[in-house]
Design a protein around this ligand. Structure first.
Ligand code: UFG
Length: 332
């Protein structure tokens, strides 16, 4: 029996597929290639030496999704497929609400229709809004500052209500903090469309000379050095967190933070990246970015206790692997 991984060619999805295959799980990938590339499949197969069935389908299209569920006896689903650009979600809210909500509803419906009981959903630390750090799973969710964040909160709500009346289902919501880095082979990593919005891909493109300098969004936050603080987690740790979540899943609804529990500032990231890779990253401090919060980091005790999982790789590993991927980038 296979696990269906939707969005399995995306940044987090592709690393999770590798982690699953390494633990001898059979995987089927569904991805519409809207923000990923077919070459990623070959890269995954190069790393794992396993042929992985791939279907180019849109999970928001119920007919093709159901056809896929009919052809396999899935043991579970890990649902990554979704739009994720915060800025684009502000300018195109309907596109975000339609795609992210519909995909999740279709997946839950298909799971019910075809008796697939295990479902892991890609959520985000953004659902905590501007709560007091560290964020823990018992905190009330606060409004986010953009439609992307709202889709994550709404999908969590949809799945929570679904499990409430379908008690035999096993649903886990994973709230990711800030995944960066890449597989150490350098074969897969983050492939942003156009100019990156996120910090690490911006840094690696500055390092490569594709971009001139990094803009640091504000140095007047109430943090250690005034720049924004985030909980950066190596994408392979995050991927292994999914394997742990899938393995430990039991009936009912479960929520876990996947982070390291450490808060790192923008300047600390820049300096670690420079030191570990022997490079200079030119930067200048500009205005705060609209919608950013000062600090976001996780209380990771629940995942540690219940999933027996915690992040193993440090900031140096993240900076080294992110640069190793960008430096050798063959996927265009
Ligand atoms: N930053 C810069 N310059 C840049 C990009 C980012 O200074 O060019 C700063 C931001 O202000 C922030 C930090 O770097 O302080 C991290 O920013 P990212 O854009 O990399 O990440 P965010 O924390 O804003 O958002 C990420 C994901 C969202 C997710 C959120 C969850 O992109 O999808 O984490 O907390 F919702």
């Amino acid at each position: 029996m296979s696990i269906l991984v939707t969005g399995g060619l995306g940044f987090i999805g592709s690393h999770t597929v590798v982690a699953l295959v390494e633990q001898d799980f059979k995987v089927v990938i569904a991805d519409n290639l809207s923000n990923s590339k077919k070459e990623v499949l070959h890269a995954i197969e190069n790393i794992t030496k396993v042929k992985i069935p791939f279907y180019q389908i849109d999970v928001a299209d119920e007919v093709s999704l159901n056809r896929l569920f009919e052809s396999y006896d899935f043991k579970g689903v890990i649902h990554f497929a979704g739009y994720k650009s915060v800025g684009e979600s502000v300018t195109e809210p309907l596109k975000y609400y339609r795609n992210n909500l519909l995909s999740t509803i279709n997946i839950a419906n298909a799971c019910k229709k075809y008796g697939v009981k295990k479902l892991v959903f890609s959520s985000s630390a953004t659902v905590y809004g501007d709560n007091q750090v560290p964020f823990d799973e018992t905190m009330p969710l606060l409004p986010t500052t953009n439609p992307y964040g709202e889709t994550k909160t709404m999908c969590e709500r949809i799945l929570t209500d679904f499990v409430q009346v379908n008690k035999e289902f096993e649903v886990t919501l994973l709230r990711y903090f800030n995944p960066i880095g890449a597989h150490p082979s350098g074969e897969i990593g983050e492939l942003p469309n156009g100019v990156p919005n996120n910090l690490m891909p911006y840094i690696t493109q500055v390092a490569k000379g594709k971009l001139k300098e990094l803009k640091v969004f504000g140095d007047d936050y109430p943090t250690q050095d005034g720049t924004g603080v985030r909980d950066y987690i190596h994408v392979m740790d995050l991927a292994e967190g999914h394997v742990a979540a899938f393995t430990h899943i039991t009936p009912g609804l479960h929520v876990y933070n996947l982070g390291t529990g450490l808060g790192t500032s923008v300047l600390e990231i820049i300096h670690t990246f420079e030191r570990i890779n022997h490079l200079r990253i030119p930067y200048k401090v500009v205005e705060r970015r609209l919608g950013d919060i000062a600090s976001s980091y996780a209380d990771v005790s629940k995942a540690k206790k219940e999933l027996k999982w915690s992040a193993k790789r440090n900031l140096e590993d993240m900076c080294k692997d992110a640069w190793n991927f960008e430096k050798n980038l063959s996927i265009k």
